[in-house]
Write a protein that binds this ligand. Sequence first.
Ligand code: RI2
Length: 301
Amino acid sequence: MGSVDETARKISSMEVRGALDIAIAALKALETVVDGGGRLKELEAAGEKLKKARPTAVSLPNAVNYVIYLAKKHEPDDGKAFKSAMTREIHDFIIRQENSLEKIAEIGSKLIEEGDVLMTHCNSDTVAHIFKRAWRDGKKFRVIATETRPRYQGYITSRDLASAGIPVTLIVDSAVYHTIKKLDVDKVFVGADTVYANGDVVNKIGTMQVALCAKSEGKDFIVATESIKFSPESIMGGVSVIEERDPKEVAEIEGVRVFNPAFDVTPKEYVNMIITEYGIIPPEAAYSLLKERFGWSLTGE
Ligand code: RI2
């Protein structure tokens, strides 16, 4: 369980972060359980630990639940067959996630036009892939990145894009509205931690404020996400637990209580489109995507 405990710790402390990366880290940790001879029981125990590491991004439980689904399918196999089938299936699933990232980059980059001023919030690997792909394709544009208090993921975004040669401007979170107007932002791209069946999007705290500003100025608000971040539970009305992190991440002031929510929910009315590996969909089509792609988790097996 060493690798499982270590991975759970890294996810919890955000040494490993980003909704897709935490899912892939969990899958790799479960691979080590299979490698060590673990079967359904051991995978279930490891999966519970991993799921508890962070509560909001549904990519994490989706990844774990998919492995448990596979383990149930292969449980009748003998030890050797179980191990080789599970290793292959988990490996293939990780490759599919990585391919999804590339596919979204290809689809999303076509939305970027020459001379665009783009804005993004937090640090989404998926969004960064879109920007880098468009830049590699020869399009010239610039990106405004929000700082993203309290963990400053905007610094990661800024460094990442700058190292790819993309012009980046960093702003404080409260400068979003002014900047959209003053620097004439054309489109906003954000990632997602969870997408509900009704099309609402859970993402880094502050995303809804950015969406409000974009809508008020008539700018497109675009969400880029692999289908692993769609929530099967939301079909029955389930909602994510919004993670509240250590107040010390924000400030320590004697006699002052600090509230530190890590995510918010942007209602579908503020989302113009969602880019997935299956193509661009309107938020209202989230339910259909879930029904088509999550059959394995909706059958209750
Ligand atoms: P990718 C992040 O959460 C951000 O909210 C980001 O938009 C989302 O995960 C998706 O990230 P955190 O881990 O999967 O920084 O697109 O709390 O990389």
